[in-house]
Structures are given as structure tokens and as C-alpha cells.
Design a binder for this molecule. Structure first.
Ligand code: SF4
Length: 404
């Protein structure tokens, strides 16, 4: 407990921000918290995610906190201090210095909220002072001030990317936060970026909500204020669908889905508009593609194997990924899968296919091999890019532009 309190105190006493430290979760609050949230490290596709603070006042209707019964916690609380969280990360069985991408506070709060920010910065300092050169992803929709950029530029070792979430949704029942805040943050962060990179995280794009031509044009304009732009859809898992139903919100899809929903027709419209009008920074379908392009390195998720993803990628980046992408040695892949408790099924030109491994060990394999790793029981469909089946293939007739 001493380490925890020390960590919080250090964050509080940072010369960069003197706001009071967050409250620690009490014993009673811990007892009422889902065990998954108390387990602060989780391997996700974009990286090993560290979530030592939970609670958020922003209340986006589609928040993943619905999945953890945490949506009602509006005040951020710390589960531990930064030094303890950094130790847990560095000692995690899946963590590899210099290789494993890291994500901070992307599950149950926003890292740039005023009272969370000093802790975010303290954690970044912890990682940087340990000499780690890993990618570090910070996703926010909140305010980024010029003084924050000075801090973000100060790190010497980590490859830091700030992803600014902007949806353009103006229905306050779905997204109470004004999208203009994120737009300002994007401009501020991009204008001052020296050592870090900025990605416009254009999401969630939802048919009938924020996919008008005006919304699309606004996002294309914002793409000028980022090193790369990712566009993607909505996580509409059953708990989120239930929240929409209970609150009388317009239902974008009739059913929930395990994967992100992004209909084919919508993607075609976005790409057609981007080709016609141009974008300021290149568009990407996948987060890691945008992050790695922004830093001038190859994609760490091996998306190059899913070659149809690369048809919108700048040619220099395609060459970079092509050089780095190597079919894994079968013995190594077999041993890795077995060590993690599963089995190798096959290696083909797109992916390593395994059986008996859940998402977290699959992501470990994927990042270790730089090659896609798929579950034989959850096949990926050609051109669907790992998204939900909803809206694929498109049932709508092609537009006149598409027919030309
Ligand atoms: S070449 Fe393909 S895999 Fe590499 S960053 Fe571009 S889209 Fe992603």
C-alpha cells in the first residue's frame, strides 16, 4: 500500500500539474467492482492495455464500461499508484520491452480528464525513465492544452501516439461531450507535435447518426490536423444495445455484435468521398496501421497479410510493411501456440491459424510474430476486415459513382 500512496503523491506533486490526486477505490467499492476491472492489465489488439484508473463523467452511450457494469461511476478512482501499475506492466508475463505496444487508460476513463491527467503523465514518465522504446497509445476525446504538448514532447524513449477521438455526433443523448473539444485538441496537439505523433480517431461512425455528407466532409477537413486518420465503426455488444433500448435511443442495428460494426456501403461512401476531395492525412482502416505509419515503421499487427486492407495505404508505407512481413517459422509458431496452451492449425499467406487460444495469447503471438493470428473457430471473411457480419456484403445497389 505504501507504494500505491507514494505513486499517487508523486503524481500530485508533479510541477506540471498541481491538482489533487485521485481517491483510491475503497474496500467496499472494490468488493462491488467486477473482477475484470480490478485486473488492470489486459491484452488487446492494439497493445497491452493498462487501466489503473476507473470512472468517467463523459457518459457516451456506447461506452465499453457498460460491459463491466461501471457506467454509473462518474468520478475517476485509482486502483493503485503509477509506480505499482508500471511494475505490474513490466513484470507481466506477456510484456516484452521494445516490442509490446502499450495502451494507457483506454478501458474505463479518459486519460486527459483534469484529475486523471497528472497520473497519465506520471505513468508516461515511469515508462520513459525505464528506457522503454515501445509504442505507447493514448486515446482521448478531452482537452489537450499547449502546456500538455510540452509534456508529451519531453519523452525521449517511448514512441508516443495521441489518438484524438472525434465522431461529430451531435445527439447529446448518445454523446454528451461537444465534438468541438476534440477538434480543438487535435489542432493543438498536431500543431505542437515534435516527438509524439497525432492520429485522428474518427469513430464511431454510425449510419443515420453521423454519416451525412456534411459529417464526412468535416472529418476530411480535420484529417489535415493529424499525421494519420483511422475511420471505424461502433462496438454494439449486447450490453450497449440494451442501454440504447432502455433509454429510447435510435437503434443503429437490430442486433448486437461481438466485433465492430461497419457496413460495407458506408466504407465505400467514405473512400469515394476521400478520393474525390482528398484528405490531409492518409486514411487507414486499422488503428495500428495509422499509428505505425505516423512513426514511419511497419505495422506491428501484420495486417499486410490481409492485403486488401492496404489498397488505401501510401506506397512508401506498403513497401515498409512488405519488407518487415515474414511468414513465421512453423516450428516457432507451433512451440509458441503450445506454450500458451493451444495448437497451431496452419500458416497460410494471410495468417497463422490457431485453435484453443483466446484473444489475449493470440495477440501476444501476433505482436511477437508480426503476423496476423486468427482463431480457427472465428473465421475472418475476405474484404470484411475483421468486422461484424452486419452490413456485409452490402445489400444496397451500387451508387452511380461506384458503377462508373
Ligand atoms: S501497408 Fe497494409 S499493413 Fe502496412 S500500414 Fe499500410 S495498410 Fe497497414
Amino acid at each position: 500500500m505504501t507504494a500505491t500512496v507514494d505513486g499517487l503523491r508523486r503524481a500530485e506533486s508533479s510541477p506540471l500539474d498541481m491538482r489533487p490526486a485521485l481517491p483510491l477505490l475503497t474496500g467496499a467499492q472494490r468488493a462491488a467492482t467486477r473482477p475484470e476491472l480490478l485486473d488492470i492489465i489486459e491484452y488487446r489488439k492494439s497493445g497491452l492495455s493498462v487501466n489503473w484508473i476507473i470512472g468517467c463523467p463523459l457518459k457516451c452511450a456506447y461506452c465499453v464500461r457498460h460491459l463491466f457494469d461501471n457506467f454509473g461511476m462518474s468520478v475517476p478512482h485509482a486502483l493503485m499508484g503509477e509506480d505499482e501499475a508500471a511494475d505490474l506492466l513490466a513484470g507481466h508475463r506477456y510484456f516484452q520491452p521494445g516490442l509490446t505496444p502499450i495502451q494507457l487508460l483506454n478501458r474505463a476513463t479518459d486519460p486527459m480528464l483534469p484529475r486523471v491527467k497528472p497520473h497519465t503523465f506520471a505513468m508516461l514518465r515511469q515508462l520513459d525513465q525505464r528506457g522503454l522504446t515501445n509504442h505507447v497509445l493514448l486515446i482521448t476525446r478531452w482537452r489537450i492544452e499547449p502546456t500538455d504538448c510540452d509534456v508529451l514532447n519531453a519523452f525521449a524513449n517511448i514512441k508516443l501516439t495521441v489518438l484524438v477521438t472525434h465522431s461529430g455526433i451531435d445527439d447529446e443523448r448518445i454523446e454528451p461531450v461537444d465534438s468541438a473539444i476534440a477538434a480543438d485538441s487535435l489542432r493543438t496537439a498536431h500543431q505542437r507535435a515534435e516527438r509524439y505523433r497525432v492520429v485522428l480517431y474518427w469513430r464511431p461512425i454510425i449510419p443515420g447518426v453521423n454519416d451525412s455528407d456534411g459529417h464526412l466532409d468535416r472529418a476530411m477537413e480535420l484529417s489535415h490536423h493529424a499525421h494519420a486518420t483511422v475511420f471505424t465503426g461502433l462496438f454494439f455488444k449486447n450490453q450497449i444495445r440494451d442501454y440504447y433500448q432502455a433509454h429510447g435511443l435510435p437503434m443503429p442495428y437490430a442486433e448486437g455484435a461481438r466485433r465492430k460494426v461497419f457496413p460495407e456501403r458506408l466504407e465505400r461512401r467514405i473512400l469515394a468521398r476521400a478520393w474525390a476531395g482528398g484528405t490531409g492525412s492518409p486514411l487507414f482502416r486499422k488503428t495500428s496501421c495509422a499509428v505505425t505509419y505516423a512513426h514511419g515503421v511497419a505495422d506491428y499487427n501484420g495486417h499486410y497479410g490481409i492485403r486488401e486492407l492496404c489498397d488505401i495505404c501510401p506506397s512508401a508505407q506498403v513497401r515498409r510493411c512488405a519488407r518487415a512481413w515474414t511468414r513465421p517459422d512453423e516450428r516457432r509458431a507451433t512451440a509458441l501456440a503450445a506454450e500458451l496452451g493451444g495448437a497451431l492449425v496452419r500458416i497460410d499467406d494471410r495468417a497463422v491459424v490457431v485453435d484453443g487460444l483466446d484473444e489475449q495469447p493470440r495477440y501476444l503471438m501476433q505482436h511477437s510474430l508480426g503476423y496476423q493470428v486468427h482463431d480457427v473457430r472465428k473465421p475472418h471473411h475476405h474484404r470484411q476486415h475483421g468486422r461484424a457480419d452486419i452490413g456485409w456484403p452490402s445489400q444496397a445497389a451500387p451508387t452511380a459513382e461506384e458503377r462508373r
